[in-house]
Design a protein around this ligand. Structure first.
Ligand SMILES: [Zn+2]
Length: 205
């Protein structure tokens, strides 16, 4: 079981490549490669969990992500609509739906034109569904471009950066025009991080 934390990398590399400075775990694969867990800041980790093919108990509470074929959209919509928490907070709650981080939550909410602070129980189910569909769409588009790499730490197993930041509509674009309505996008504090949204397309109400 592995968790990348904020800065971890899993790299498949030729075994004769010298060890990285922050190499923490090295797993030997069939020649010529090995699998390396490299982590500069140690928020991530690699564990051995008993149970073989069973889902490890440590991750059993984590919900499916929207790209999983078994993702139960009706159940997730119902769960979101039972909660008085803001929809963005719910999107980031890995027990409700996994795989959506701060960047893709902002992109999905911008795309669906929903304000992230709106309580789940105050949003129509069709709108919650549009948010989940938008999250799925943005994740598929981001995967096709290798993800979003704001710095050299965010790489795939071959060590390559992703290019999705060029396609971001909301995240990181404070003061820039909304591509839908032209209004200046704004940034707000959100759980020690930032939220980016369009104050016109995404009404808080
Ligand atoms: Zn707008």
């Amino acid at each position: 079981m592995a968790h990348l934390g904020m800065s971890g990398q899993l790299l498949v590399q030729q075994a004769d490549i010298p060890a990285q400075r922050h190499l923490r775990v090295l797993l030997e694969l069939d020649a010529p490669n090995d699998l390396r867990f490299v982590d500069q800041r140690m928020f991530g980790g690699v564990w051995v969990s008993d149970g073989g093919a069973e889902l490890p108990t440590e991750v059993a509470a984590i919900a499916l992500d929207p790209l999983d074929p078994a993702f139960d959209e009706d159940a997730v919509v119902a769960r979101i609509r039972k909660s008085s928490s803001g929809i963005k907070r719910l999107l980031l709650n890995q027990n409700v739906v996994s795989g959506i981080g701060n960047i893709y939550a902002d992109e999905a909410l911008w795309s669906a034109q929903v304000h992230g602070e709106r309580p789940g129980n105050r949003i129509k189910s069709a709108d919650v569904r549009r948010v989940l569909t938008a999250a799925r769409d943005v994740m598929i588009a981001a995967l096709a471009q290798g993800g979003t790499s704001f710095d050299a730490l965010y790489v795939n197993v071959e060590g390559d950066s992703g290019y999705f930041e060029r396609s971001l509509e909301a995240y990181g674009r404070e003061g820039e025009p909304c591509s839908r309505c032209g209004s200046a996008l704004v940034r707000a504090q959100f759980m020690n991080r930032s939220s980016y949204f369009c104050p016109v397309c995404q009404r808080r109400r």
